[in-house]
Write a protein that binds this ligand. Structure first.
Ligand code: NCD
Length: 299
């Protein structure tokens, strides 16, 4: 039985296979319609979500399977004091596969030990978010036709942003990737991730970094992970990508964002051909379809 807790649980070859399957699913959706007939996906979300939960559910429904679950901790027995391990053990008796999001780092690993079915980490605190990374890799592949030889700017909350952590871990296994890490001093990439990187540069000025980028990955300052509101208020508008700033960028830049955005990308940018964050959100459904088939051994 396989789980997806960290993006490195998948080999680079398996990730390429998932991307190829997702591309085929977009081209020939009818070929996959009944693949999960009779199977159930449980979505156990102890933390808010729009895209991740809905794209998981949409993915399972498109494969002909069923979905069950909860979208907030307050409607589960967590409020009565039930442990994650017990909740997951019970849910694994009702479903064939589980996608779980939890505010605590490491919760997904605990769930995998307790579960009788495959567990997918849909985000564990400020730690990691491997299915967002699969979505991001599919987006990069669609935009650039490759996952190597790229200069990628990651901008915003690199400290608490779990999507950034997982994406960096995945891309650091690809050839000739240069990371430009753009953040305020207080929100720099944690040392435990930075130490595995061979080529990166830290930068505090977005305009200065923009001209050389193939991809700009913007992120939200993660309000819910701050210990005090004053720090959040001081840092929340550190970077705002708007039309004037985009003049510094190349014509073939791709602007990505896992969403939700707050202020970090101005709405004026949405109509720019370089903006691809809404496409990115759509790709999330197809890569999750491919992942569900792989983990259920139905691919
Ligand atoms: C991200 C997350 O939950 O980490 N959202 C998502 O899954 N698309 C990013 C964020 O919340 O800022």
């Amino acid at each position: 039985m396989r789980h997806l807790i960290d993006i490195t649980d998948l080999s680079p070859a398996e990730i390429n296979q998932l991307i190829a399957t997702a591309c085929d699913m977009m081209a020939r959706p009818e070929a996959y319609r009944g693949k999960c007939a009779g199977r159930q996906l449980a979505t156990l979300f102890f933390e808010p979500s729009t895209r991740t939960r809905l794209s998981f559910e949409s993915a399972m429904l498109a494969l002909g399977g069923g979905v069950l679950g909860f979208s907030e901790a307050s409607s589960s027995s967590a409020t009565k004091g039930e442990s994650v391990a017990d909740t997951v053990r019970v849910a694994s008796g009702y479903a064939d596969i589980i996608a779980m999001r939890h505010p605590k780092e490491g919760a997904a690993a605990v769930a995998a030990v307790a579960s009788e079915v495959p567990v997918i980490n849909a985000g564990d605190g400020g730690h990691s978010h491997p299915t967002q990374t699969l979505t991001d890799l599919l987006t990069i592949y669609q935009e650039k036709g490759r996952l190597d030889n790229l200069t990628i700017g990651l901008c915003g909350d690199l400290k608490f942003g779990r999507t950034v952590h997982s994406l960096i871990r995945a891309l650091s296994r690809c050839e000739n990737i240069r990371f430009v890490l753009i953040s305020p001093e207080e929100l720099r990439l944690p040392e435990y991730i930075a130490r595995d990187l061979t080529s990166y540069q830290e930068e505090s000025d977005l305009e200065a970094a923009l001209p050389e980028l193939d991809i700009l990955y913007m992120t939200r300052v993660q309000k819910e992970r701050f210990f005090n509101e004053a720090d959040y208020l001081r840092l929340k508008n550190s970077y705002v990508l708007d039309r004037p700033k985009l003049q510094y960028a190349r014509d073939d830049l791709s602007v990505m964002h896992p969403l939700p955005r707050v202020n970090e990308i101005s709405r004026q940018v949405d109509d720019d051909p370089r903006a691809c964050y809404f496409k990115q959100a759509k790709y999330g459904k197809y890569i999750r379809m491919a992942l569900i088939l792989m983990l259920l051994d139905l691919a």
